[in-house]
Design a binder for this molecule. Structure first.
Ligand code: DX5
Ligand code: ZN
Length: 221
């Protein structure tokens, strides 16, 4: 079983399978777990909310038996509510929706928790933190996008550091993970952690590294 007990201030690394070889995801999972990953980040894209398509519940269900790590599912989709139960059934431990895609965000977050998953909200770079100010008690994770979602391998948007500091202040002592996604490298990881990013998502920085274990250790600091 996966362990998702909240541990404040412990840096965690969540490699994104988006940068792995899609023809060999089982191997990617084994390699990255062996290299010391904390969570597995799964990027679901629907071709509407973002201009790219990846995978959905059947692929997540196929991956589930091949890792004991928590599956951190990032839903970049227009109507997340319609499929939440399917993602949970497929084995998602954390379900993160985009605030921009949820008309009734409070209801969506309550539903995720009812399904037995941790509830996350992601904010695009242009979306203010005020979007989640009134749902903090329904939240287990805030995902600050440090690139515009849709593709791996983009450059970190520097303003994200200030937003992270504000997110950290907003969260206070609540048991909420602050996660950061997009353009994280060995060079900026220390700044990201110092600004309040506890969970670092990394695609290219892990999967394109010569030594994955070293890369993960470096990001964790
Ligand atoms: C972008 C995805 C990210 C992406 C990160 O839309 O949400 O998870 O895979 O990839 P890197 O770390 O390469 O920017
Ligand atoms: Zn992501």
């Amino acid at each position: 079983m996966t362990n998702l007990t909240f541990t404040p201030n412990t840096p965690l690394v969540a490699p994104s399978l988006l940068s792995a070889d899609f023809a060999n995801l089982q191997h990617a999972l084994a390699t990255v777990q062996g290299a010391g990953a904390d969570w597995i980040h799964l990027d679901v894209m629907d071709g509407h909310f973002v201009p790219n398509l990846t995978f959905g519940p059947p692929v997540i269900a196929a991956l589930r038996p091949h890792t004991t790590l928590p599956l951190d599912v990032h839903l970049m989709v227009t109507n997340p509510d319609e499929h939440l139960a399917e993602y949970r059934k497929a084995g998602a431990d954390i379900l993160t929706v985009h605030a921009e895609a949820c008309t009734h965000l409070h209801r969506t977050l309550c539903r995720i928790r009812e399904l037995g998953a941790k509830a996350g909200v992601s904010l695009n770079p242009a979306t203010p933190l005020s979007a989640i100010e009134h749902v903090l008690d329904q939240l287990d994770l805030i995902l600050i996008m440090s690139v515009n979602p849709g593709f791996g391998g983009q450059s970190f948007i520097p303003q994200s550091l200030e937003k992270l500091k504000q997110a950290k202040a907003l969260v206070g002592n609540r048991p909420i993970y602050v996660e950061v996604d997009g353009g994280i490298t060995p060079t900026n990881a220390a700044d990201v952690r110092a600004a309040g990013g506890q969970v670092l998502v990394a695609g290219n920085a892990v999967f394109k590294a010569a030594d994955m274990a070293l890369a993960i250790m470096g990001l964790r600091g």
